[in-house]
Design a protein around this ligand. Structure first.
Ligand code: HEC
Length: 180
C-alpha cells in the first residue's frame, strides 16, 4: 500500500501521462539484459518500428484473438515493444537481429523463421505460437522453454503482457493484400 505512491512519483513519464496508470510500477522488470546488444541500437529502431499497426489485416488479426486482447491498450503495447526492439523486428522481410524477425508468427510453428539460427531448445520445440503460448513465454522465457537463448527477464504484469501480445498480433499480421 505504501509503495504505490512512490511508483506514481516516477518522473520522465509525463510525456506519456495518459499511459501512466498502466505504467505504474513498471521499470522493475528491467534487469538490463534487454539493453545487451548495444551495437545494434543505432540501426535497429528506425526500421523496426512500424509507424502504425492499423489496417484491415491488423484489425482482423486482433479481432480474431478475442478478449482480453481486443480491448487491450495498444499504446502501452507499443511502448513495451521497445524492450524487444533491440533484438527483434516485426515487418515483413525485415532482417533478423539478435532474435528472429517475428512477422507472421501467430499460428506459426515455434522456431521456424527462415534463416535464423535457433537454439536447440527452440529449434526442437513442437508447438505453435498462440496468444496463450506467447503469454507464458513472455511471463518467463526461461521456465517456459528451458535452454532457449532469449535473454529477457519476463514481463510480470498480466495487463502488460496482454497489451504487448495485442500489439504484436496487429504488428506481425501478414498483410492480406501483398501475398503471404
Ligand atoms: C536480448 C535480446 C532479446 C530480447 C530483448 C528479446 N528477445 Fe525474443 N528472442 C531472442 C532470441 C535470441 C530468440 C531465439 C531464442 C532461441 O533460439 O533459443 C528469441 C525468440 C523469440 C520468440 C520466438 C520466435 C520464434 O521464431 O519461435 C518470440 C516470440 C520472441 N522472442 C518475442 C520477444 C518479445 C515479444 C520480446 C520483448 C518483450 C523479446 N522477444 C525480447 C532475443 C531477444
Amino acid at each position: 500500500m505504501r509503495t504505490r505512491s512512490t511508483h506514481f512519483a516516477l518522473s520522465g513519464l509525463t510525456a506519456a501521462a495518459f499511459l501512466s496508470l498502466a505504467a505504474c510500477g513498471e521499470p522493475e522488470a528491467d534487469t538490463g539484459t534487454a539493453e545487451a546488444p548495444a551495437r545494434d541500437t543505432a540501426s535497429a529502431p528506425s526500421q523496426a518500428e512500424p509507424a502504425s499497426v492499423g489496417g484491415a489485416s491488423a484489425e482482423a488479426a486482433l479481432a480474431a484473438l478475442g478478449e482480453p486482447y481486443v480491448s487491450a491498450n495498444l499504446a502501452n503495447g507499443e511502448r513495451l515493444w521497445r524492450r524487444c526492439q533491440s533484438c527483434h523486428t516485426v515487418n515483413e522481410g525485415a532482417r533478423h537481429l539478435v532474435g528472429p524477425n517475428l512477422h507472421g508468427m501467430f499460428g506459426q510453428q515455434a522456431g521456424a523463421a527462415d534463416g535464423f539460427r535457433y537454439s536447440a531448445a527452440l529449434e526442437g520445440a513442437d508447438f505453435t505460437w498462440t496468444p496463450e503460448a506467447l503469454d507464458e513465454w513472455l511471463a518467463n522465457p526461461r521456465t517456459f522453454l528451458p535452454g532457449n537463448r532469449m535473454s529477457f527477464a519476463g514481463l510480470r504484469h498480466d495487463s502488460d503482457r496482454n497489451d504487448l501480445i495485442a500489439w504484436l498480433a496487429a504488428a506481425t499480421a501478414p498483410d492480406g493484400t501483398s501475398g503471404e
